[in-house]
Design a protein around this ligand. Structure first.
Ligand code: NAD
Length: 269
């Protein structure tokens, strides 16, 4: 985080829900927003991670963080998690729909229906449910910012062979974000979607490779290096800077935007 951003304190008196807050991009965004004054509700499936983060942030600023153990693809648990957030913090200003998995990677005919549905449920239905249950509270506030984490995969990059469920969810999130941006503009709720390239996080833990995936790979000769700007994967904090910008009034006239953050990686592939 740049010192200038830290000094801004853009989120005093604001509350953010961050899904997938226990690790990687969500964790970095939660830390940055809390440092800038936000109350943060940390939604994640892996509760040990978010409870440690909750303690760390509450030491930084008393009672600014609330960890909630929730599967974003489970409608009842999501509704309850949003209800608890409002009960605890009083209102809602920012929603970062970020939780996601890589899921099963393999040839289409080798994927089971449940492989397909699992990735769709977590990445796409989870995003829908996150917005469905939070929008009424943003409307009640008369203003809000929603940020959705998609990917370059499925949008600017189609060479991750075997990643058809993942890429489909990431393309779907972009369409969903743009539809939501138009639907919610009259309520002064902005919706933007970010498309990261490779970022150093724990996302590989959520990947399951089918052994036949090698059979569908088409060889590609890349130029040397993968991320021209950074000469390697980006950091979660780089993405958190963008998320905080989109969450704040610094981006007051930006909605429906699809922003690639990949160090020019997708221009090569
Ligand atoms: P990560 O694995 O480090 O963090 C993701 C978090 O989401 C984890 O803490 C995990 O427990 C949580 N999560 C997963 N399924 C969940 C569910 N059903 N309910 C609640 N929480 C759940 O990964 P990350 O890289 O920080 O991923 C965040 C987002 O960024 C994902 O949507 C991912 O697709 C996207 N993304 C990541 C990269 C990358 O290279 N890391 C690139 C493009 C897009």
């Amino acid at each position: 985080m740049s010192p200038n951003i830290a000094k801004k304190q853009r989120f005093i008196g604001k509350t953010a829900i961050i899904t997938g807050a226990g690790s990687g991009i969500g964790r970095a965004a939660a830390i940055q927003m809390a440092r800038e004054g936000a109350n943060v509700a940390l939604f994640d499936l892996v509760n040990e991670r978010t409870s440690v983060l909750e303690q760390k942030l509450n030491k930084l600023r008393k009672d600014c963080a609330l960890a909630i153990d929730v599967d974003t693809s489970d409608a009842e648990r999501m509704e309850e998690a949003v209800r608890r957030t409002i009960e605890h913090f009083g209102s809602l200003d920012i929603v970062f729909a970020n939780a996601g998995i890589n899921g099963v990677v393999g040839p289409i005919e080798e994927l089971s229906l449940s492989d397909w549905e699992h990735t769709i449920n977590v990445n796409l239905t989870g995003t829908f449910l996150t917005l469905k249950y939070t929008i009424p509270h943003l409307k009640a506030k008369g203003k809000g910012s929603i940020i959705i984490t998609s990917s370059i995969n499925g949008n600017t990059r189609f060479t991750s062979f075997g990643w058809s469920p993942y890429s489909t969810t990431k393309a779907g999130q972009v369409a969903f974000a743009k539809m939501a941006a138009l639907e919610l503009a009259k309520f002064k709720i902005r919706v933007n979607v970010i498309c990261p390239g490779a970022i150093s996080t724990n996302i590989d833990e959520s990947t399951e490779f089918n052994e036949d995936v090698e059979e569908i790979v088409i060889p590609i000769e890349f130029p040397e290096g993968a991320q021209p700007l950074a000469d390697g994967p980006g950091k979660p904090e780089n993405v958190a800077d963008l998320v905080s910008f989109l969450a704040s009034d610094d981006s007051i006239h930006i909605t429906g935007a699809q922003i690639v953050i990949d160090g020019a990686e997708s221009l090569l592939s």
